[in-house]
Design a protein around this ligand. Structure first.
Ligand code: GLU
Length: 326
């Protein structure tokens, strides 16, 4: 894809800036506190980044501020599980149905006993069990390395968030033991939870998330470094599940109003993918009752509507506004 003309770039930057200005004073929601370390986030922080598959990057606000990726890691871990274990094997351990329930619900499918999907905690823990390696360090290193390639820069785990979540994560422990009881995960429960908590504790900034998301949009190749990061044949699986399950029990409403594959995390991040076009990321730590970033949702809605990004947008007959611009 061609690099955006300078006037098109200026137009997109203007829209990103205007979106930031429009919502920067919204004060609704509350920072997550159930993982004690997350409560230290500055509630004022608000960053936006849009990265195109042509390598153009547009930022506004606190896009350099680091925070933990939390549940956004679930999309990338699912991609890794599909690559490493294949569709059939992964499908034995996790389904693809929206649960309609909260992200941390303690429930499994009635007949298969699988977690509903890989975007909720139960499914993501099952996925972590599949991608863990011989030693806890090796499995976490493998995940971090892949995320570094997707972001295009070195990344690290926030050890304080990891400790905080590991010490208080008894609900996730309960989910894991339920899945052990049902034969969905193996007996290495602590090892699996170490992998899961570590994945959630990866530190990223808004631009990292946008680059990782643009890498998904760009058939698995980082648009700036040109490195192949993900096997493209599984990206459609990941985007489909993000589309139907990425926003927890707001997923249907999100698909209706924004119409993009997306994933949110309780750290305050949210990503949206426009397949073959761009990655969008927003960070704002104040969450609504369902655990989704309040300003994150508003900013994504705004940008998706202005740029005509909804998957079923009537103007989107093979091209959206942004494709037309660049
Ligand atoms: N680490 C968090 C948990 O397991 C992730 C939840 C989220 O971001 O939605 O509770």
């Amino acid at each position: 894809m061609a690099i955006a003309s300078s006037s098109a770039s200026a137009q997109i930057q203007k829209l990103v800036d205007a979106t930031y200005e429009k919502y920067k004073d919204v004060d609704d929601g509350a920072v997550a506190t159930y993982i004690p370390e997350l409560s230290k986030a500055n509630p004022d922080h608000f960053g936006i980044c849009l990265a195109t598959v042509g390598g153009e990057v547009f930022t506004a606000g606190d896009w350099e501020q680091e925070f933990t990726i939390q549940s956004i890691s679930k999309a990338f871990a699912f991609q890794m599980a599909l690559e490493e274990r294949g569709r059939e094997e992964v499908a034995k351990h996790v389904g693809v149905e929206p649960s309609g329930d909260a992200f941390n619900a303690i429930e499994l499918e009635a007949t298969t006993m699988r977690p509903f999907n890989p975007m909720i905690n139960a499914g993501a823990i099952a996925v972590s069990s599949l991608i863990k390696k011989g030693s806890p360090e090796e499995g976490v290193r493998g995940f971090v390395k892949r995320m570094e390639k997707a972001a295009g820069r070195p990344l690290r785990i926030d050890e304080s968030v990891y400790m905080s979540e590991s010490q208080t994560g008894n609900r996730n422990r309960a989910i894991a033991y339920l899945m052990l009881n049902c034969g969905i995960i193996d007996a290495e429960v602590d090892h699996t939870l170490h992998q899961y908590f570590s994945q959630c504790s990866l530190l990223v900034n808004t631009k990292d998330l946008a680059m990782m998301t643009a890498t998904l949009a760009n058939l698995g190749v980082n648009p700036v470094t040109k490195t192949r990061v993900f096997d493209f044949q599984f990206i459609k699986d990941v985007l489909t599940v993000m589309f139907t399950c990425g926003l927890y029990d707001y997923a249907g409403e999100w698909a209706y109003r924004v119409g993009l594959p997306a994933k949110s995390g309780v750290g305050g991040g949210i990503i949206s993918v426009v397949n073959r076009q761009l990655g969008l990321a927003v960070y704002s730590p104040k969450l609504d009752a369902r655990g989704n970033s309040v300003r994150g949702i508003l900013a994504c809605k705004e940008l998706a509507s202005h740029l005509g990004l909804h998957a079923f947008e009537f103007t989107n007959v093979g091209s959206s506004f942004i494709e037309w611009l660049i």
